[in-house]
Ligand binder design. Structure first.
Ligand code: FPP
Length: 252
């Protein structure tokens, strides 16, 4: 296969890592084994994205709705997360990666929050890729949370109703200061957004693959990036307009 060009890669890649359970079931293994294998894929893809110079990588690791899974699975996922964050700090330092979390952290167990705080603090001086894990994350909840904060600030006179526009609204989301994703990958053949980054995905290029997350590898990532590179992002404009104004004028 052709070598992947480093030109025109997404600045921000978002991933819905799906299919751990099915991967395990197909092999008559317990679901948790699929999640364990999924963590290995997380390591691989984080390192590869950092190597390729991706500036922002956002991974959907645990949704607000995932709390409804059987207690044993939730517990096992939390244990995996804790182990992952703790064990990855050294590798993040080696790769100059900054760690970040979005979601309702108030719902997370205290020991996980401690690991998160530690990882954020330890990696805060790094200048490479920003790795964001979405944990206890739901996009509708995020939007409602932003609206509530805006209402509080408007009531206290900190902002006026007139000043509320798209830019200000974005500043109240968990993703403030992170540019919107250019590319979203969802594995395992499901073609849904599942309450992930609903506001931020407005102009994102979407990519769906049948490959389950534990089987997603460097080659699959390169395949997805080649697909992205072949696309024309118009942001509502016509092709002719883009040719006249040049690539920098493409964003809304
Ligand atoms: C979907 O598989 C995956 C998740 C619930 C979240 C992803 C979790 C991991 C990759 C492991 C933990 C992550 C980190 C960062 C340590 P599924 O169980 O929904 O699969 P299924 O749809 O086939 O049942």
């Amino acid at each position: 296969m052709d070598k992947l060009s480093k030109e025109n890669l997404p600045r921000h890649l978002a991933v819905i890592m799906d299919g751990n359970g099915r991967w395990a079931k197909q092999r008559m293994l317990r679901r948790i084994v699929g999640h364990q294998k999924g963590v290995e894929t997380v390591r691989l893809i984080v390192e590869e994205c950092s190597r390729l110079g991706i500036a922002y990588l956002t991974l959907f690791a645990f949704s607000a709705e995932n709390w409804l899974r059987p207690k044993t699975e939730v517990k096992a996922l939390m244990a995996l997360l804790k182990k992952y964050i703790r064990s990855e700090i050294a590798r993040m330092m080696q790769n100059n990666i900054r760690f970040n979390v979005i979601g309702d952290r108030g719902e997370l167990p205290a020991d996980i929050n401690r690991e998160i705080d530690e990882a954020i603090a330890r990696t805060s001086g790094n200048s490479g890729m920003l790795l964001t894990l979405a944990l206890s994350y739901g996009a509708r909840q995020e939007i409602v949370h932003a609206a509530r904060q805006i209402a509080i600030d408007a009531a206290s006179g900190k902002i006026t109703a007139d000043s509320i526009d798209e830019e200000l609204f974005s500043d109240y989301l968990y993703t403030d200061r992170i540019p919107e994703p250019d590319f979203l990958i969802r594995t395992s053949g499901e073609m849904r957004i599942s309450n992930f980054l609903l506001w931020q995905l407005a102009y994102t290029e979407l990519y769906f693959t049948d490959v389950n997350w534990p089987d997603f590898d460097r080659n699959e990532l390169a395949k997805a990036f080649r697909d992205y590179q072949a696309r024309e992002r118009r942001f509502g404009k016509t092709s002719d307009q883009l040719r006249v104004s040049g690539a920098d004028a493409r964003r809304p």
